[in-house]
Design a protein. Structure first.
Length: 82
């Protein structure tokens, strides 16, 4: 599941930041400043990930999900709870 989650996160990051070189992204880089994402980009990415994985990501959690690893860990934990 972990590789699948990585792929899905990267797919949705690419959708909102197509010019970004995701190969240069470090797992603990903050996504907003690193990829120049604004709040709408981030929201769109999170909704896409949520819909694809069918995992609810409450909006109040968004502020805690700043890095690739933050999102991956949240999704991995949520998938285990389903």
């Amino acid at each position: 599941m972990s590789d699948n989650i990585d792929t899905i996160i990267k797919k949705h990051l690419h959708r909102v930041a197509p010019e970004a070189d995701l190969n240069q992204l470090q797992p603990d880089d903050e996504l907003g400043p690193t990829l120049d994402l604004d709040s709408m980009d981030f929201y769109s990415m999170m909704v896409g990930i949520s819909e694809e994985l069918r995992i609810e990501i409450p909006e109040e959690e968004y502020g805690k999900l700043r890095t690739f690893n933050d999102i991956k860990n949240f999704l991995s934990k949520s998938a285990r709870e389903v």
